[in-house]
Ligand binder design. Structure first.
Ligand SMILES: Cc1cc2nc3c(=O)[nH]c(=O)nc-3n(C[C@H](O)[C@H](O)[C@H](O)COP(=O)(O)OP(=O)(O)OC[C@H]3O[C@@H](n4cnc5c(N)ncnc54)[C@H](O)[C@@H]3O)c2cc1C
Length: 382
């Protein structure tokens, strides 16, 4: 009897779940064994975090359980991944050893607020699911003062998300009748709002936030945070409520395995291969260079596309077919206006002669599509 190939997937986020489902939809459990390992047993579409902040969602109503994977004969292990042994094809978690024939590393990016002195004591982490309810309460209790939204490192997940956060917070404060007495400042180390999306889209994002009186401060590279004070390389600013997007790094186990150099991510090409045979990496844990100054942004839609690419290539290999596909680099990100509409930033990272981006008009239909995007993923993956 031939051995059933074992695909182990590290991380049950966008990349891991898209790959696991693509594999299972094509190959039965007698043809392939699939195991997903994650330290948490739930999945959430990233943008739902902003709805918890504006109070239109709860955490409990925004997650899907990874335990549902068992129904599709995809094994799920809730455990922390401690070691990746690439030579002898083995994963060590806190409680067990798991060997693999194929490995898909989709462990995402880790938020590292500790890298900015004073941040954890004096500000909130806009992306940390544990802090969202408290951010909501603080915003709800604010009557006047200054809110600072600060990008503290590049690259970070979903480049438009902090801008969307500023628009949703603006809308929440407007509804509470306090917006006129609260200033919203947005600080970024970049020269423009969305450098990866190009000059034109950046200009339009700037126009959108400026029209809501959100003040954009470019080239503001954070050094440290003190009580109610931001220390930038070339200036200082004060705030009453700080919402930070902290620097992002790869999980420690990735640096320990030698797959990436701290503080960077796993270098891949459009085939998502690592230097190790049958070991692939997808999503936020990777760095896929597009041009000298540009990499594929950290976004769920790209992690998903890479996960599907890798799964299809593994399927071909298992079926002894020669063909292999490359990640197409196409995707779109929604950006809500805070006025019951949304725009879509459409991206084609590998179009010739250069990446192309475009922002659509803000419509109610796009907002419905955003809700559908979340619903579809939760229902088809879990
Ligand atoms: C506020 C916000 C809004 C966003 N909006 C959008 C959007 O509109 N569109 C979009 O495309 N993207 C959006 N994103 C980005 C998107 O969520 C991420 O890019 C996406 O989740 C990346 O997928 P991934 O599979 O690479 O990593 P993740 O989804 O982060 O999954 C990685 C998994 O690995 C697990 N893991 C890590 N280390 C270990 C370990 N040592 N042991 C066990 N498990 C481990 C983690 O628990 C996690 O579940 C948004 C993100 C945020 C924060």
């Amino acid at each position: 009897m031939t051995k059933i190939p074992h695909v182990v997937i590290l991380g049950g986020g966008f990349g891991g779940l898209s790959a696991a489902n693509e594999l299972r939809n094509s190959l039965s459990s007698s043809q392939i064994k699939i195991t997903v390992i994650d330290k948490k047993d739930w999945f959430m579409v990233g943008f739902a975090k902003l709805w918890i902040i504006n109070g239109t969602r709860t955490f409990e109503n925004s997650i899907g359980s990874l335990n549902e994977l068992q129904k599709k004969e995809i094994d799920f292990i809730k455990d922390e991944i401690m070691t990746i042994n690439l030579e002898n094809k083995n994963i060590e978690t806190k409680s067990q050893n798991i060997s693999f024939d194929f490995l898909i590393i989709s462990m995402g990016a880790i938020l590292a607020p500790q890298k900015i002195s004073g941040l954890e004591e004096n500000g909130f982490n806009l992306y940390d699911h544990n802090q969202l309810s408290e951010i909501h309460d603080r915003l709800g209790n604010m009557k006047s003062g200054k809110i600072a939204i600060v990008i503290m490192g590049m690259p970070y997940k979903c480049p438009p998300a902090p801008f969307e956060a500023s628009l949703l917070i603006d809308s929440m404060l407007r509804k509470l009748g306090v917006r006129d007495s609260i200033q919203i400042d947005f600080y970024s180390p970049a020269p423009t709002t969305l450098p990866a999306a190009g000059t034109e889209v950046s200009k339009q994002i700037l126009e959108i936030i400026s029209s809501e009186k959100i003040i954009f401060h470019n080239l503001s590279k954070i050094k440290s945070v003190e009580h109610k004070k931001l220390i930038f390389e070339n200036s200082e600013a004060d705030f009453d409520l700080l919402l930070a997007v902290p620097p992002h790094i790869a999980p420690k186990v990735i640096y320990d395995s030698g797959l990436a150099k701290e503080p960077g991510f796993i270098p891949i090409d459009r085939d998502c291969k690592t230097p190790f045979e049958n070991v692939f990496a997808v999503g936020d844990v990777t760095n896929l260079v597009v041009t000298e100054n540009m990499a594929v942004p950290k976004a769920g839609i790209f992690a998903e596309g890479e996960g599907i690419t890798v799964a299809r290539n593994i399927i071909s290999k298992i079926q002894s077919k020669e063909e292999s596909i490359l990640f197409d680099g196409k995707g779109g990100c929604f950006i809500e206006s805070g006025r019951n509409t949304a725009s879509v930033i459409e991206v084609d990272m590998f179009s010739n002669p250069q990446p192309s981006t475009n922002i659509t008009e803000a419509t109610a239909d796009n907002l419905s599509k955003k809700l559908e995007f979340e619903k579809e993923r939760l229902s088809k993956w879990l």
